[in-house]
Design a protein around this ligand. Sequence first.
Ligand code: UDP
Length: 466
Amino acid sequence: ENPQTPIMEERKGRRIIMFPLPFPGHFNPMIELAGIFHHRGFSVTILHTSYNFPDPSRHSHFTFRNVPHNKEGEEDPLSQSETSGMDLIALIRQLKQSYAEPFRQSLAAEVRGGGDTVCCLVSDAIWGRNTAVVAEEIGVRRVVLRTGGAASFCAFAAFPLLRDKGYLPIQDSRLDEPVTELPPLKVKDLPIIETKEPGDLYRVVNDMVEGAKLSSGVIWNTFEDLERFHFMDCNSKLQVPFFPIGPFHKHRDDLPFNTKNMEDCKTTEWLNKKDPQSVVYASFGSLAAIEEKEFLEIAWGLRNSERPFLWIVRPGSVRGSEWLESLPCGFIENFGDKGKIVKWTNQLEVLAHPSVGAFWTHCGWNSTLESISEGVPMICTPCFSDQHVNARYIVDVWRVGLVLERSKMERKEIEKVIRSVMMENGDGMKERCLELKEKANVCLSEEGSSSKYLDKLVSHVLSFGS
Ligand code: UDP
């Protein structure tokens, strides 16, 4: 697109303000969406919590504003020491509480600050109703971004029903029972997060759903051919315009966030030396933590499978360890060049590499969509929340992966599952995954649903113009 075309001129001076939730699984898709809007001629300001504030130099197309956690001089309730023992729901509650007022002030300053016309606020759905109230008070329209899939959203939206019917809280004796109201989910697939105070989980989920109902539209990082039925369901529940325009990261090849560091280049060099589709890529996302015992089973399972592996171990993600200390002496050295362990990688690049044959994942929605977009079959070990729902769809509906339940994560079983997924023509899984990849590409093509919904979204946002 030529930046001088009349349509772009018209949009000059149109600004979108974004308010991501400060975790990689939420920030990454928001920044990808920012790139999509930017390419359509909008300028983007990102209001970001001081908690996990990103390096703005990595995203030079956008303006970043630091939303401070509280008044000067007050202690930070979200400092490293305060949050280290918190569970995710407690952390989200604390974030929502600490940033409610600072967000109001930051948004007001942005909107009233003059300069560009602010078209709308795009806030992460998890921020909930408060962002709706604040946006209304300040007089700016609000669209929400849901970074998860539509199927899991339907399950979240059904929480009140699931509680009434006695599925929630989950009882261990009912884990394998089907949830007849939400096929093909079983009780054990319901998207719960362990938390000290279960009421908090229901409040966070309810606030997300109610906040979406109050919005001027929901943007989804998914595509119609993948979750068509669930859009209809969500639509009837939310009664607001919806825009499934994913996979976000595939809209363009040169998205500005996709940068590589030295370590990533070394990883690519390592992958370049491997046979096509021979490598198992193992990563459990940015939040999940495992016990030391599980860590060792994973290590031996990967090694015994005798396939090359690239394994992401985030520092601090193994309970009680800083990083790899609990591996047996010589484990890595003995394995030679066949295995590689790194702290973090450019996952998009890795999944797109022809040497990668399978992705052992926790089934976070971004990882799921990224794997599907590259046609890489999955080994599914969901840990919490929507990951369970995603895994059920990967395994039973799209049939592009095998499950390896966390409770059965033992070296022999790991070895067996890796071998099954990596087997040539293993049950047509690779072919089905390539078909889904193709469907994603069709949705993103000029006449495809994601492109059309994006056009609609752009018109929708422009129609807010004050
Ligand atoms: N990711 C990455 N490098 C890594 C591990 C993860 O870039 O080494 C990215 C991954 O591409 C995805 C995000 O982090 O976009 C993780 O999001 P997901 O929804 O899969 O899981 P979460 O971290 O929210 O549990």
